[in-house]
Design a protein around this ligand. Structure first.
Ligand code: FE2
Length: 227
């Protein structure tokens, strides 16, 4: 039974809360890549893919392919990231065990392959995460959302994975929470050639996926930087 007037019991996991603010926690720019349609077509016609969930036991869904953008295109993206964040240097990190994030990968995910999975990106591997939406005629409701904790009594909790924890699993002390433990707070719509950059320690997820054929599934290029 929901009793919204009661405070959250203290033994439930907690996270710091800060309302995500554009220009401080996330950045959006439309009509971003100068040659987006050609890049989109190039990525859609890619034939070499690595399979993720549900086809293989991977934390990421659908399929991916590396080196989505050329070095020149990448330089263009990084110049913008530096400009809006003020970061002087961007780089990719790997853990001592050798794990990395799939930086500059094109990701293609169909409606039947996954759903929203709120998470944070490892603080050891990424400070900023970024996505460029490259489906020419996307379902606008399938962009990216930011979430905050929602307790069984209906009260709302935090949205940030803070030190010393690297990820939500560490911060919450559980492997995963059910989908209704998260409240969607802000949704960035999917629009062709829109770039969304955000702090990877904010709880986030793709809002949803669309398309069933390779040619119309939700396509993005994803990036992860330390700064
Ligand atoms: Fe993520």
């Amino acid at each position: 039974m929901l009793r919204p007037s009661q405070p959250a019991p203290l033994k439930l996991p907690t996270l710091t809360y800060r309302r995500p603010q554009e220009g401080r926690d996330y950045w959006v720019q439309d009509d971003f890549l100068p040659d987006a349609l050609a890049i989109s077509q190039r990525c859609y016609s890619q034939t070499e893919w690595q399979l993720g969930a549900p086809h293989r036991a991977e934390p990421w869904p659908g399929m991916r392919s590396p080196n989505a953008l050329t070095p020149d295109e990448m330089a263009y993206v990084e110049a913008w990231v530096k400009k809006v964040t003020g970061a002087k240097r961007l780089w990719q990190e790997s853990t001592p065990e050798g794990s990395t994030l799939n930086h500059n990968h094109v990701q293609l995910v169909g409606m039947d392959e996954s759903a929203a999975r709120p998470h944070t990106d490892s603080r050891k591997l990424c400070r900023y995460a970024c996505v460029i939406y490259l489906t020419p005629d996307p379902d606008p409701t399938c962009g990216t959302s930011f979430f905050r904790l929602r307790y069984p009594n209906g009260s709302l909790g935090g949205n940030i994975c803070s030190p010393p924890h690297a990820n939500l699993r560490e911060a919450l002390g559980v492997k995963a929470l059910p989908p209704d433990a998260w409240q969607e707070e802000i949704r960035i719509e999917n629009r062709f050639n829109r770039i969304l950059l955000y702090r990877g320690n904010l709880v986030h997820s793709a809002t949803g996926y669309f398309g069933f054929e390779q040619a119309d599934r939700r396509m993005t290029i994803v990036f992860f930087w330390m700064a």
